[in-house]
Design a binder for this molecule. Sequence first.
Ligand code: NDP
Ligand code: MG
Length: 383
Amino acid sequence: MKKKIAILGSTGSIGTQALDVIAANNDIFEVEVLTAQSNADLLIEQAVKFKPNVVVIGEEMLYDKVNAALDSLDIKVYCGQKSLASVVENESIHTVLTALVGYSGLIPTINAIKAGKHIALANKETLVVAGEIVTKLAIEHKVDILPVDSEHSAIFQCLVGEYINPIEKIILTASGGPFRGKDKEFLKSVKKEQALKHPNWDMGAKITIDSASMMNKGLEVIEAKWLFDLKAEQIEVIVHPQSIVHSLVQFEDGSIKAQLGLPDMKLPIQYALGFPKRLKSDFPRFDFTNYPNLTFEKPDLETFRNLGLAFEALSKGGNMPCILNAANEVAVDAFLKDRIGFLEMSDIIAYCMQTINFVEKPSLEDYIETDKSTRQAALNKIK
Ligand code: NDP
Ligand code: MG
């Protein structure tokens, strides 16, 4: 029997690469659900090619267009956020790949876990916002959360076979993004066009800005805490501009294991979908002689404040990472619309972390309320 996959966010960077992986392994995987927010044309194209059981378009006014285009095929078409949140419960789905952006991934992921689906998790913000609730639910419902993020996939791969051995610490690698080595004076006036040029990875706009500001690494630190049950002191970040060593685990005997490869998200996507099997691939192979210098350096927390803010949010716990995430989503959106400067993103996040009500043991409703009030406060600050 083929593994039936639901891809939330199939028209994005991760979603399209996941479909490449599935197309190359169509004897193993089958597409059950595809979803997009507004890119109806690509969603239709994907549906015609992969013939899923269901597609969902987020924007309701695009429903007629998608429905008409798929009329002659045996594909159910739904629209809106409610459908997106419930489509993951379809009985036939084996694994849900969460490849949508930001907070929008939270409720669909929770519903998928409650319905007993395994999660291939790209949408790191879900764990940043409500990691405690999500990981507890996964244990309760006996589902796997398999990381797609390359660093977390690397750590996960290093841990295979090590389940009786405690982790001393993990070392997350960061490329440093397009502004590595720059100072605040330079960053003051950078524009989105510069920030959107990532040296090693071709990704969606939000995560590319997060990479330039180091918030992506901050979100990944929090993601790692929940995936691998770690304390903040056990998580270290090191800048590695070549993005070949994808991350490392240090064990209690001092030994360090790393996972290496060319920067290509298809590998961690395929590993998560195929787990526990390593599927054969024709991805380009890494050659050491092309990379005689793999380098490592300390992150510059002075210039890139977001990474420090994320560690602070992690240490405070409660709803603080949720505040950090919501403020960051608003700030990134405003930066992409040329409404604020690059450095102001950190100012807005720090402001929200100081002013929004702290809740030590939040319920899901508290997280929803925190997300809402933080967005409002961040928007008011920007006006
Ligand atoms: P993209 O922006 O490329 O794609 C996002 C996808 O989600 C699209 O299909 C988009 O639809 C859909 N979407 C956007 N907003 C919403 C919404 N509000 N509700 C429902 N669907 C929505 O993002 P990426 O693929 O780059 O990233 C996806 C996730 O994976 C993020 O959480 C990111 O942090 C994580 N990730 C990405 C990596 C990468 O290499 N890209 C690496 C590691 C993690 P539409 O196209 O119609 O707008
Ligand atoms: Mg990553």
